[in-house]
Design a protein around this ligand. Sequence first.
Ligand code: ADP
Ligand code: MG
Length: 714
Amino acid sequence: MTPTRTPGHGPASSLDLRVTALPGVGEKYEKLLERLGIRTIGNLLWHLPRTYLDYSKLIPIRELRPGKLQTVEAILGTFNQRRTRTGQQMTEIELLDPADRAPTRVRATWFGRRFIRERFREGQLVRISGEVKPFGASLQFASDVTMEPAAAEAVHTGRIVPVYALTEGIGLGQLRRWMHTAVEGGARRSPVVREIAETLPNEIRERRKLLGIQDAVREVHFPSEWPQLFAARRRLAFDELLVLQVALGQRRARWTKDAKAIALRVSDEELRGWIDTLPFALTRAQIRSLEQIRTDLARRIPMSRLLEGDVGSGKTVVAALAARIAVSSGAQAALMAPTELLAEQHFRSLASLFQSGGPRVALLTSSVTGAARQQTLDRLASGDIDVVVGTHALVEESVLFMRLGLAIVDEQHRFGVRQRATFREKGIDPHLLLTTATPIPQTLSQTVYRDLDISVLDEMPSGAQQIRTEVRGADALPKVWPWLRERVAQGEQAFIVTPRIEENLDDDIPSAEATFRDLSKKELAGLRVALMHGRMPGKDRDKIMLRFAEGEIDVLVATTVIEVGIDIPNATVMVILGAERFGLAQLHQLRGRVGRRGQRAYAVLVSEKAEESERLAAMTERKRLADGSEVPLDGFDLAKRDLEIRGAGEFLGKRQSGESELRIVDLADVDPTLIDETAAEADALLARDPQLEAAEHTALAAAVDELWRRFAFA
Ligand code: ADP
Ligand code: MG
């Protein structure tokens, strides 16, 4: 695991010291701490509490009640040590009332914990925190009880106490003690916290009423009071969001600086003419998105727009019209698809959308070779081709454009953003249109995706029909397969999707290979069943998809490689095994693969995990709209659920293992005002100091660098 974030600080700081510099941390613990990503004292400080226990209120012993976390002061009475039947050492101490030294009906018990005897003595005044349980007629502090001398500074009791994520071999008390030394200082040392450099300019801190970084770090570990803890967490969350906003703002500035995109314009009449020749009427959402794109294209600042819409919402035609705007302005457009087969499909759709006299379209994939390839390359370079459709190879190879005005990246928006740099290196700066079927929840569009403008297709073309979805246990499978045979007998086709390629005998996660092998021998014997997964060469996968599309295969057993896939007009059945292993938005995309012609279609989500069925039930849930009608949850609702349940990791991506989440901020549940505030401050800050060169921005600049290192959404 890689080290966790280190707070900003100057050179030669104690924050950079190995954790062994702390009293009590030897090499053995250094190794264990490394498992938590902690190597330096700075790393340690960034290991934030998982939660807190409120041991802040002292109550008199006689008011102790069972079943609650409470703290008392007591005088230790007689120590009793004996061995239990299992051979464990047991220490039992009577507790005396500190007011009058009278015996109470409360005692404390420890198992193991030899040090209790060594560190404490009879007659000593202590603080004890924990929960008491009835024990005969008396009460007993047992398991998870904490005790420290009343004369000592409150670390483990008598305060709001931090609770940390641990690793085997390190006790909570130990880690808390080390943390306390780092935060509050020890016998001969001053607190390391004092060496943390302030990341926020004073002006922002004052305007937003934020704690200083040192106070925030101290209070987040050892809160003096609850409101202070909230203030500390708000400060740290502010930092984290601000760094994110600044990073994205800088990237956006890089994109728009020295803007040299070609302004692409089209007249109303011309545009209307194209739309009128389409075989269908555009949805309102398509028209709205097209207008947004059109406005962007007309400027010299390159567009960075994400076109977001459920599977089947009709993104292709919007992209095609955008390409047509580029062409009518004398520029070229490129459309990149994630697979060769999909590129071929787009090529065919574009060719039919642009009827005779429209843009000249060419296909360029690695299957186009030899003289044909050379000819396409030449025609692209001379401007003889208007729109080129292909895979990533389009940008990676030495493909030369006469005048590239617009690049469209289908269903790979993260890739698309990185692609911009590649284009720029070639000296061209096209408008960029990214498409995705993964809806972006609002908190993400205001943070992680803030440097993209977003157009949403939130309306399905009429005729696109709901897919009937059911969630079933594996015991339903004996009925599913004969039913599936029945569908095939009617001339329909089916997908069976599994979470895994190969079988693993240690678990029973359904695998494509085993499912294919078993079904084609037994339940689906006699049908034309094929297997496809991501470890097969792209060429072989394409061949299978093509045969499936042409009806030469009845049932395709596959992994999620089909997720962003080609259109199989006749497919009506999607069976997903081990459905609990997929995100909801992903399941939604998968089921969007069937019923593509608006015919009746089915998705059967099979899961053994009863405890997951609630999450999966969202796939069949309906919501009521303002007009009273009921509709199934759409990809948007489902992505939001995913974010709530599984966190933002999937959206952020990760560059290094174990580094997929923000540390403080939960993007599924963040205070929207904090997003607004950090966005405003980031903008103001970059307006004044775009490169963060001012001395007071050094720490912030370092944090921004660190962010780019951690996340893959760059
Ligand atoms: P996706 O958004 O998943 O990429 P496509 O662009 O492939 O969806 O469109 C899905 C299907 O819907 C295609 O067959 C397309 O021709 C059709 N379609 C797109 N827009 C409309 C519309 N406004 N009315 C009817 N059908 C449409
Ligand atoms: Mg599409």
